[in-house]
Design a protein around this ligand. Sequence first.
Ligand SMILES: *Cc1c(COP(=O)(O)O)cnc(C)c1O
Length: 471
Amino acid sequence: MEKKEFLRKIPAIDKIINSSEFDRYKDKYPKDLLIECIRDEVDNLRKQILNSSEDKLCKIEISREIVLRGAVEKARRLLEPSLRRVVNATGTVVHTNLGRAPLSSKIKEHLWEVAGRYSTLEYNVERGTRGSRYSHVESMLCRLTGAEAAFVVNNNAGAVLLVLSALAKNKEVIVSRGELVEIGGSFRIPEIIAQSGAKLIEVGTTNKTYLEDYRKAITENTVALLKVHTSNYRICGFSHQVKGAELVRLAQQYDLISIEDLGSGTFIDFTAYGLSYEPTVTETVETGIDIVTFSGDKLLGGPQGGIIVGKREYVERIKHHPLTRALRVDKMTLAALEMTLKLYLEDIQCVEHLPVINMITMPVEKLTARANRLLALIKKEVSETDAKMMVVDDFSMVGGGAFPTDKLPTKTVAIKPERVSSEEVEKRLRQNDPPVIARIKDDVIVFDVRTLFDDDLKTIADSLGKILGGD
Ligand SMILES: *Cc1c(COP(=O)(O)O)cnc(C)c1O
């Protein structure tokens, strides 16, 4: 057959629209959208025929139903949210690609109430006058960190840019060469400093920087000493970095501003849970530091945000900088942050109510019980002839640039499919609704139970059942 004949077989658009099959879908999807999708499908079919070699032509299926089915599928995908929940079976708790910190379920009603109605965002109810959106979280942040003043912007990268723009423009800022880090692929400390208009003065070497290196670099143009948390890597072995407290003292001696970008920032000391020591925000503030910045959605377990705490004098200058308006947070962030902070005020350990803290501190007995439960659920759906499965010891990561060298002992369920490749199963798990994100390790699919929510166990088992089980 010739291409022309194939082209002639393409159904006419109005024939499809007037068919009884079309009637079945026209109430489920907006009619105009459906017609547009039909047009796309027909166009694609035409292109496919024109671009096919003769021998492939006969493999192209052409019928009214196929065009309509393709169009309906397309319309369905267009109307489906692209940003949606997934099951995180990777074991990385603060997973930047998967939305960082899951929020506490305790805050959801409040969040909806504030966002779905009018609110006190910039209104002082007592006085009946305009209020400040930043007032809602300031006192809680001060109470939790011991700082004089606090302020919140869009994210921590924005916070660092704002702080330097407001306090160090056209002046020199001294940073250790061991702390000139890149975070998340695009946030580079030297570039942020350049962007703020401050001049970076590098001191020390990659592995060793001493207090004397900072002291020698101080000139009449120096305005600040900046310490940056080397979030996503560690310099081990023959190394030395100056402690925050020493740097603060030096800054005070020379009347300079001391600033620390803590990165993750936490209110909890995790050493009790077997992790290495990281100073808490409160301990950092106690050193007498002028300004500290950290993220809202890393270890803190709240919404995205850049939290700035410190001396009132500096926070006030930051607040009045024009960039503040460009980096301002919205009502949903503020509502979620205020409620998250309230959970910390009620119980500083927050283990029960904040998913991030709960997952990081999960005892091994609980992980074991969960892994066994997941394995049992999977065994109901998948037979031993379709896959080998067992509970295996492994390690989870905290993620989000926190505790980069700490490995949390965890329990996983490992699956080795007998008839299909692990890659194929991993791919089909991603196509599940909700998508299940698992790891492949040594050609075995691994589900780390640490980062699962209770109802995720059944989702995983059902999904594996569909992919591997039965017929
Ligand atoms: C994560 C991180 C940032 C960026 O914070 P965001 O909230 O993602 O903008 C900046 N500095 C350090 C040290 C970090 O770890």
